[in-house]
Design a protein around this ligand. Structure first.
Ligand SMILES: C[S@@+](CC[C@H](N)C(=O)[O-])C[C@H]1O[C@@H](n2cnc3c(N)ncnc32)[C@H](O)[C@@H]1O
Length: 431
């Protein structure tokens, strides 16, 4: 979870760390157990351990296939990891009970896959998921984080007398060395509108390097949705307000107010009542098969029919993730038994919304407007001016989400939409 502009912790990339937050290992011994930067034989900027002999660099080829070099750690990545050194971001995530309790339930639900097994926690933060896995009986947990929060994770693990089980590695997953395959990969990698923050690529790296054939990934699936929304309260608070300010006509402020309020995506909580139709699936991610390339750009076409007469103010995005066991996916061509395709009137590329027949079959962490709120809320892309739609009026178009060239952790959102004979384009960047 990383905060976009104007929310909570500045832009999420630029914390000034509190002095007490600076690198303090509390004299508790080496944090980095094994660490190297790919196979280049030099240590990375993140590597601030005590230089103990357990830090390894690669030697000459030992006959094994050389893995591709890890993607470079850019200044943007450094700033990103720095933002995760702040306690506030972890506090917010952990206090999100929907999130944290669903992860804990998923871990306990999969105890048979975890007990006595080796687990890799990609982006362990404070170590909470690693500790849940240790409580579920894991033989060993590699808890990896590139942020300095790994220092605290190590302390937490030690204070809970779990140092024999949980091994905290302070480094990028792309750079650390783990000398064994793992049975389970767990990670909380989801950003706003699922793909913002681009952490999923790091789970792919971990999967391809260390997951045993038949191993478990938690979560197993993720789905991003889009739906048209009406949000008159927000519109009148930010825009209509200027029409009469203490009896003064300040309508001259309207263009600026619209630009400032609606240029960038906005993270807000809406309810099911704000949503004009069933949502459309923008992207389904199967964590066992997704590739980095697939994530660079995602495009889908949509066609909705408004279920009511209302001012149409923009589109909302949200996601859910599923924690399914591997045997549910018996065959790539068959969807998991827990889901069926809804009778969507306008199927596009098989991307209809999935509805669960029996919600007990797969644990789901949902950030949908109709479900209990989470710290992810929903991501809204507003129009500068609403479109009045009638009941059953069609809304169609396409959306492309692509990693920003400026910083791959940012996301470009290109929306084309048409309704009532008029068509529009809205470009925005989630930074
Ligand atoms: C959303 S937080 C989750 C923290 C913790 N797992 C939890 O559930 O509370 C993601 C964490 O992943 C770390 N992270 C992101 N990309 C990483 C990478 N490539 N290598 C190591 N750590 C990474 C971040 O520093 C951050 O602490």
């Amino acid at each position: 979870m990383l905060r976009p502009p104007g929310k909570g912790y500045g832009n999420g990339y630029h914390y000034e760390p509190h002095p007490h937050q600076q690198q303090q290992n509390g004299g508790s011994g080496p944090l980095i157990h094994k660490y190297r930067r790919g196979n280049r034989g030099r240590r990375s900027r993140f590597d601030y351990g005590d230089g103990s002999s357990s830090t390894r660099v690669s030697g000459p080829s030992d006959g094994e296939e050389t893995p591709p070099p890890p993607p470079p750690c850019t200044d943007f990545d450094m700033a990103y990891f720095h933002s995760y050194a702040h306690v506030g971001i972890h506090e917010e995530m952990i206090k999100d009970r929907v999130r944290t309790e669903t992860y804990r339930a998923a871990i306990m639900h999969h105890q048979q896959y975890i007990a006595g097994k080796v687990v890799l926690d990609v982006g362990c933060g404070t170590g909470i998921l690693s500790i849940f896995c240790a409580q579920a009986g894991a033989k060993r947990v590699y808890a990896v984080d590139a942020s300095d929060i790994a220092v605290q994770a190590n302390e937490v693990v030690r204070a809970n007398k779990l140092s024999d089980t949980v091994i905290v590695l302070h480094g990028r997953i792309e750079d650390v060395e783990i000398d064994e395959e793992v049975d389970v990969i767990i990670s909380e990698w989801m950003g706003y509108m699922l793909l913002y923050e681009s952490m999923l690529g790091s789970i792919i790296t971990a999967r391809d390097r260390w997951l045993k054939p038949g191993g478990l990934i938690l979560p197993s699936d993720a789905t991003l949705y889009i739906a048209p929304i009406t949000q008159p309260d927000r519109y009148s608070e930010s825009i209509e307000f200027w029409r009469n300010v203490y009896g003064i006509d300040m309508s001259a402020m309207l263009p600026l107010a619209k630009q400032c309020a609606f240029e960038e995506p906005s993270v807000e909580t809406i309810s099911g009542e704000n949503v004009l139709t069933w949502p459309h699936v923008v992207k389904h991610v199967d964590c066992y098969t997704i590739t980095r390339q697939e994530l660079e750009s995602v495009t889908t076409r949509f066609k909705f029919k408004s279920m009511m007469r209302a001012p149409f103010h923009g589109f909302a995005f949200w996601f859910d993730v599923e924690f399914s066991s591997p045997e549910i996916f018996s065959n790539d061509n068959n969807p998991p038994s827990s889901v069926i395709e809804s009778p969507n009137e306008h199927p596009t590329n098989g991307s209809q919304r999935k509805k669960r027949v029996n919600p007990n079959e797969a644990l789901v962490l949902s950030t949908a407007p109709e479900d209990p709120p989470t710290h992810w809320q929903q991501t809204l892309v507003y129009f500068y001016d609403p479109i009045e739609v009638e009941q059953d009026q069609q809304i169609e178009g396409a959306v492309t989400l692509s990693q920003s060239k400026e910083n791959p952790r940012f996301m470009n959102i290109h929306l084309e939409y048409a309704s009532g004979g008029r068509s529009f384009v809205k470009e925005s960047v989630m930074r």
